[in-house]
Design a protein around this ligand. Structure first.
Ligand code: TRP
Length: 425
């Protein structure tokens, strides 16, 4: 069976945090270590331009996210790891898909609707205030990311499910209008990884400003962990691990045994300060080795750039021929382009060539029947050659004296006579 393709991208607008790591990067890297899937992972820097117009931030985030994937052990020989903007075919496909996408579908996109709602709530007469065309049609760019590589499975957060549905919709429209070139992708949402809490207990997210950067220094990490919200229970009082951000973050990195031991400590009344210290030491022990590697990579960006360019080459190896097919399907072709027969058409042609041969054979047999007496004369004669030559000469004279249709008939007879009697002529 052919391997399925897993594809996902991360928008390059922020510094990777523990939520990104547990929710997206770690599961993607784990998947790439098996041999079950083809993996395409990329830095969605075209997407970054939709929401961030600070060039330094986009550039820095791109460095950080690239170095993060590599520091965490992504095997770039197995997975195709690239920067979206290094694959120009993606924007090319975006346009063709834009022409396959109804505006109404985009009107329903959550991100766009949220902006419209915010304008309405603020009493703004222009409901589209602050909405760029990039934001409006962002799901089409995302569809191009996915459809370009015929990806089957797209690991994403819940907020992205709608975009995958839209990619399916656009793929369907293209396939129906032109040719079935695109695979229908499926969103894969891991409920478990949706629950990573941030410093304030809400889901860890850039937009809540409650994140713990994955590779902050040990000091910073401890400082942030000390900010985690706790209740007023004093040391010695039993605490509820299931309602504690400290315990939940600990659990995300822990094995079963470690989790049970920490649970026990909560029930035994560990003080919040001590719990935070334990969490810090535990996270630091898990993150210190990749942090060293991360810092090395951030000091050797040339090597990271090289890895990305190699990945782009691999990605374009797939994207360019795909784009070629897409263009041709849509009618964007060299002037001299002649369609190659589709397999079923070829079959039809082959059949008709066969049929022509059979018909030709039948026609020949019919003429031969009529010529039988003449051929018999030759066979019976002593001087076969002279009889044959006389017969053919008479036929030639006959052909010359006839007109059109009759002439053609006689000519056919002559051809066959000449073939049959070739040895005597
Ligand atoms: N829009 C996604 C996000 O903000 C990132 C993204 C861009 C993506 N293109 C993609 C994710 C294609 C999966 C597949 O999280």
């Amino acid at each position: 069976m052919e391997k399925k393709t897993v594809l996902t991208g991360i928008t390059t607008t922020g510094t990777p945090h523990i939520g990104n790591y547990l929710g997206a990067i770690k599961p993607a890297i784990d998947l790439s270590h098996g041999d079950t899937y083809n993996n395409f992972y990329f830095l969605a820097d075209y997407h970054a331009l939709i929401k961030c117009h600070d060039p330094e931030r986009v550039a820095q985030s791109t460095r950080e996210i690239a170095a993060t994937w590599l520091a965490l052990g992504l095997d770039t020989d197995r997975a195709t790891f690239y920067r979206q903007t290094d694959v120009p075919e993606i924007t090319e496909l975006t346009w063709i898909l834009t022409c396959m996408c109804s505006k109404g579908l985009m009107n329903r996109a959550h991100a766009y609707k949220a902006s419209v709602d915010a304008n309405r709530d603020a009493g703004n007469a222009d409901l589209d205030d602050g909405v760029t065309m990039g934001l409006f049609s962002y799901p089409i760019l995302m569809a191009a990311d996915i459809l370009m590589f015929n990806a089957d499975l797209i690991p994403v957060g819940k907020d992205q499910i709608q975009h995958i549905e839209m990619a399916r919709d656009v793929a369907g429209r293209f396939n129906h209008t032109y040719r079935p070139l695109f695979t229908q992708p499926e969103a894969v949402v891991d409920e478990q990884t949706q629950l990573i809490p941030g410093l304030d207990g809400r889901k860890m997210s850039k937009s809540y400003n409650n994140t713990i950067p994955l590779f902050s220094s040990a000091d910073e990490l401890y400082k942030l962990i000390k900010q985690i919200k706790t209740d007023t229970r004093t040391p010695g009082e039993p605490k509820d691990p299931d309602n504690s951000t400290i315990f939940q973050l600990y659990s995300c990195f822990a094995n079963e045994q470690e989790r049970l031991a920490m649970r026990q400590q909560f029930e035994n009344g560990i003080g919040w300060g001590d719990a935070k210290k334990e969490l810090f030491e535990f996270l630091d022990s898990k993150l210190s080795a990749p942090r060293v590697l991360y810092n090395e990579l951030m000091n050797d960006l040339g090597s990271v750039e090289e890895v990305l360019l190699k990945g782009a080459e691999k990605a374009r190896g797939v994207a360019a021929p795909m784009m070629e097919q897409v263009r041709i399907a849509a009618g964007i072709r060299p002037l001299t382009y002649v369609a190659e027969a589709k397999p079923e058409e070829k079959q039809k042609k082959e059949k008709s060539a066969d049929a022509i041969a059979r018909a030709e054979e039948g026609r020949r047999r019919g003429i031969l029947m009529q010529l039988k007496p003449l051929l018999a004369q030759v066979e019976a004669a002593d001087d076969k050659a002279s009889v044959a030559q006389t017969i053919v000469a008479e036929k030639i004279a006959e052909v010359e004296g006839l007109k059109k249709k009759a002439k053609q008939k006689a000519q056919n007879e002559l051809d066959i006579l000449q073939e049959e009697l070739a040895t005597y002529l």
